[in-house]
Design a protein. Structure first.
Length: 235
């Protein structure tokens, strides 16, 4: 499919930027297409040239955030393959999410209406960690224990719990974000990883394979967002 003109690329991202700002300030339920158009400085009809519904627009926003998220993980893995160790990967994920307000609102439960509206959408079929392949890879390289029952569920529960606790009990004192990431890493290492440190070559191979897993999710995300192949990613 041929690429769209550069002005259309920029306009699509400007609309998504406007939607992101409104999502954080107002919440999904209160936002209208008119609000987004006004925030982006365009007409309402122009928004519909890119996405037919509000749900599609916000799905595109979340998928754009997902591309940035996996891109940052891949950058970290390329710079230091030992980041593939589950405790380090989970801590890195936590910090990335914390730095992205839209993702943080999703992980913390602040955007429940948006998540409910997208429950049957394409995003449901694309886990950010591509779970089945992800755990198969970690297990094959001996990076996770094989005696943890319902491992994917337990992993998700631990990850979600660290994001959700502040909302579930606002009175709970929270350390700074780096300290929380360190606590998460400690829990993951103790609960999911075998004793000892893998050979650096094993880590290099595993990191390369996980990068490939992440690379596989980007084209369908990009196609869903923009409707064509795009050569550069938002930052």
């Amino acid at each position: 499919m041929p690429g769209r003109p550069r002005q259309d690329l920029n306009r699509a991202d400007r609309i998504l930027d406007a939607a992101a700002d409104l999502l954080i300030r107002l919440g999904y339920r209160k936002i209208t297409i008119e609000d987004i158009a006004q925030q982006a400085g365009i007409g309402k009809g122009t928004v519909y040239l890119h996405w037919r519904t509000k749900q599609q627009l916000f799905e595109a926003l979340i998928l754009r955030e997902a591309i940035t998220y996996v891109g940052k993980l891949m950058d970290g893995l390329r710079a230091d393959p030992s980041m593939v160790l589950p405790h380090r990967l989970m801590a890195a994920s936590f910090l990335i999410v914390h730095d992205r307000p839209v993702l943080r609102s999703m992980f913390s439960g602040d955007a429940k209406q948006l998540q409910a509206g997208m429950a049957d959408s394409a995003i449901r079929g694309h886990d950010l960690f591509a779970t089945a392949r992800f755990f198969d890879l970690l297990t094959r390289h001996g990076l996770v224990r094989d005696d943890v029952p319902n491992q994917a569920y337990a992993w998700s529960a631990v990850h979600s719990g660290f994001h959700l606790l502040g909302n579930l009990d606002p009175a709970t004192p929270e350390p700074d974000v780096r300290a929380r990431a360190d606590s998460l890493a400690h829990v993951v290492r103790a609960a999911f990883e075998p004793a000892g440190r893998p050979d650096p070559q094993v880590l290099a191979v595993a990191a390369s394979e996980i990068i490939s897993v992440f690379e596989d999710v980007i084209p369908p995300y990009r196609e869903r967002i923009y409707g064509y192949q795009r050569t550069s990613e938002p930052t």
